[in-house]
Design a protein. Sequence first.
Lengths: 530, 348
Amino acid sequence: MSDNESNASVIAASDIEVDHASLDASIAEFASQNGDYYAKQFHRIHSSTGLLPNTFNLMAAILGPVWAAARGVWGMFWGFLILEMIAWVQIGRGWWGDPGANFFERAEGQRERAEGFLERAEAARAAGEDPTRFEKLAENIGNAAEKSEALGQAASSEALGILLAGLGLLLLFKALQGFYANSIYEKQFSRWRIDQKLVESGVKSKNILLGIVLVILIGPLTIYKFTVDSPLEVLNEFPEKQVSSIFIDSDKATLFTELAGWLEQKIDNAAIAGAGAFDGITAGVRTVLDALGLALIGTPWPVVMLVICVVAWRAAGPRVAIFTAASLAYIALLGYWAIAMETVALVGAAVFICVIIGIPLGIWFGKSRRAYNAAEPVLDLMQTLPAFVYLIPIIAFFGTGNPPGILATIIFGMPPVIRLTSLGVRGVPDTIKEAAVAFGASRFQLLKDVEVPLALPSIMTGVNQTILMCLSMVVIISLIGGGGLGKVILEALQYAAKGPGLLGGFAILFVAMVIDRIVQGAFRRKDQEI
Amino acid sequence: MTESTESVVNISNVWKVFGEQADAAIKAIKDEGIGKAEVLERYGCVIGVQDATFDVPRGEIFCIMGLSGSGKSTLVRHINRLIEPSSGNIEVLGRNVSNLNESQLRELRANHIGMVFQHMALLPHRSVRDNVAYPLEIRGVAKSKRWAVSDHALQLVDLVGYEDRLPKELSGGMQQRVGIARALASDPEVLLMDEPFSALDPLIRMQLQDQFKALVAQLQKTTLFITHDLDEAIRIGHRIAIMKDGIIVQIGTPEDIVMNPADDYVREFVQGISKLKLVKAHSILEPLESFDGSLDGAPRADEEADLDQLIDHAVGTDLPVVITSNGQDIGVVTKPRLLRGIQGGKDQ
């Protein structure tokens, strides 16, 4: 290049000098106190290529977590606070704790009992009976006492060892902090350069205060609890009764009983007030279930079996069809036919309702960000809430039996189809939507011709997941009176009947696998294969 | 310029400013002449299109050229109201687009405006034929009819035999031909081409440009063609509008723009453009009288001959080329004049 005036001339990488001045200013701004020291240390870290730390920060070693807190290195603060606590507990145990106390106490008790037996032996002898039995017992217990005594001695003599080990650990952790403090701080500096708002820098009095308060609160109490033989009762267990009595002036009632009673009242009232609506829902669910049940159980079994096998074959190929036939044979031969069909009807009804409600909701959430944001916590709750928790209100509102069971299944099974539908709708490329609009598509045409077809793979994944979730749930609904194979398992569980339980379990497994295979096969469409 | 017959697309004083305080921002730009940086700072608004005015007569290919972010795609999306203008008037086929209601707008889009997109935007789950037929399907045309039309459109873009394939089975160039067929299927008066060939490799792009040019000439479609490539604009366009930061800097024929760039920005663009096929003899000729000497045996060329042809004439002789108009000698092009012309009209 002939352009000599250009500022950026090309220099060989080996000749490039490190510009310390600008970096120093940046480090000084970051550290705010002792900027020069950190500039020097950071340069040493920058210059080193080895793995081991080449700097030692005395303040960090001595102050430990407090230094980390002051500098806002919170990860280091918590890590070394816990480690140092372990060391301090050991030191405490060795110094003022009495590791042998338990054994000595036990030895004392055993010795007393041995003496008691000796007395009874004496008494027996005086009464002219055979004292050997008591003497034997006394001897055995005496031996045990000696053993406990010896263990106690050993434990006591270990106290010094524990103390030394604790000191050693403390030194080790201090050294680690000293050696690694600057390296860790340098990493924070690098992150701070990227995001100066989010990453803490400098020394802030707020941080120092928080660090000291945390250390004071956590340290002494923990060490006290672990090292003192019989610590204060209040540290062992939360004084729930005492706290309750502050709020409620009663001997028997606690916050818990009051709140639980109040809730129960409310739920009962709501159940009575909304009885019509709840009964309507139950009736609706029952209609769907009965229709499916009639189709699966009312139809002659050879017809149902044949149809299932043919569907498996058409949807997923001959191998799945053979597997399906074998599974059906297992179920039928072991007498599970009717009950397995009830399970299928339960799953089918639940999935049907999930899809009918879930897909429109999913499309709505896919198009409206605000609706999705509002719904997301609810969906999370539906999925994370353990089934046992909402079985109770369901019993309260809907009673027991199959329809309430299906409702519980729906709560658990609906989120995937909603989520994946909205994900699919949101994932439709804007360019394709724009093209359809540019050719005059109305909102409905856009939905029908573009959004739903393009979201279909995602929707189908959602339906598939919903089916599997519902399958896993139909076992649990036997707890609230649901029928099907879940009931078989529940009964086997109640009587610890291993054989029936296992056979029933396999029947569920086969039902699940057949449904899964068929559904997966059916959804694999040609234009989705990549 | 082509003979202006009837205005098909008429854009006048169209502004598009993105942001909440668009109106205030437009006022400030008009009154105080502030730039885009200040608009962003003061009003949090981004200028899309700034005071665009032009008129496209029937049958013309009107290219809009600009770098990415210059607002050319935004401008074109006003024509079928994919984007609402902040202010200004847009008329298509004599109808004011802004005044149309929902169903009238859909009718306009479906019947009168075809659009081709940079990223094809084909429906992946439909066959090529059904993709091309989609605009007709939206209009509610019967299946037999729309399949026939679709097959005809595919014939125009030379895709016979691919009707029943899925788009992903086709190469990028073929997919874009499907896109063009789709735009042509509803036989619209106006074609909007949004960088249709930008995503294709150069050889395919050249082929498609030629094919497209021939097709449009044959079908007499009024076309707005967006591109970021001046070469492409010159190859295809009857007229070119050059955009920068939302402002139309210059509108003119390719020759106009190359020979008389309006400002440094345009000049920089046209520098690398080959003038051989663009510059015509009449724009570089000198009067006959200025040449003293014998013109016996000098080669003759029409005033519409381009530099390329003039060079062919000039290489065989030391004499200048005599330029004729309707058989009359009207001037000469000397060697220095010709060489300067190739350079692009540098001052002599």
